[in-house]
Structures are given as C-alpha cells and as structure tokens.
Ligand binder design. Sequence first.
Ligand code: ZN
Length: 178
Amino acid sequence: MARAKKNTPFTMLGEQVAPGERRVFELEAAKLYTHSPLTISIEVVNGVEPGPTLLICAAIHGDELNGVEIVRQTLAKVDVAKLRGTLIAVPVVNVFGFIHKSRYLPDRRDLNRCFPGSIRGSVAGRMANTFFNEVAVHCSHIIDLHTGAIHRTNLPQIRADLSNDETTKIANAFGTPG
Ligand SMILES: [Zn+2]
C-alpha cells in the first residue's frame, strides 16, 4: 500500500507550523484608546496529510456569540493526527465589538461589509485589510459563522456563491436544501 503524502509546513505571520503541530498566534489588529495592542487569536492546526486550508471564523459581528463556541468546540474535537489539510480557527474576529458587546466597530462601521479593506481606511477598513491579507488569502475554503443577534431574527441559512462549484459543495455539506 502506498504511503500517504505528507503535508507541508504552514506559514502564519512569518512563522512555520509543522505538519502534526498546532499553534496559537496573536495578530495585532488595532490599538485601544489606551494604546494597548488589540489582538486577534488565530489557532493553526496543520494536519499530517495534505488537503484544503479551511478558515472557520466567528464574531465578525462582535455580539454574535454562538459561532465563538462552535469554533471552540471544533478546536476541542479536531485531532491533528487525523486531519487532512490545515484548519485555521479564529473564534473572535471583531475583537473591538466583542469587548463592547456590539455588532460594530468604534467607527460605527460593520466589519463584515469592509472586506478586503484598505491600509489607509477607517478602523474597520484597516482591520479588514489586516485580517484579509494575513489570514483569509492563505485559505482555500472559508466558513464564516453568524448568529441572529439582539433585535434581529434570522432563520438558519447558508450564504454562498453557487456559481463556484467548490463553494456549492461546502454549502451542500451543511445539508442545505438544493
Ligand atoms: Zn453577523
């Protein structure tokens, strides 16, 4: 029987994560008014065998908390020795909103509407730009978790670009009606 191919090291924020290794990184995304750095925690789980690079992230809207726990449980369950490909898990993207229990950023912008952002933009635009270029562009697949938050009622739904075959496959994996 042929041996399975080995995965390659994964580079995050200029550092390598070896196959079979998992590490937490802190991405400096902004500064608080006190000048303290505000960081986004990113856990990279690099499987032993090669495969897709999946980003699972939550709380781009800072008051949508269910996804934070889903990411936490996913991280608790994933076994790096059995994982094919790389999992990048970000439980809280909008760290400002999360701290303030708010959907928005201090500039009242909606981070979810600011991608890919700009290096010279507002706080939201800059955070989007940092997250997009340091994390999102390195992924082949992305699952971004949202929740019906305060004063909002959302039916369970999947939003996906169905003109893309691979995206359609992920959407169908959730059991979405075809
Ligand atoms: Zn949302």
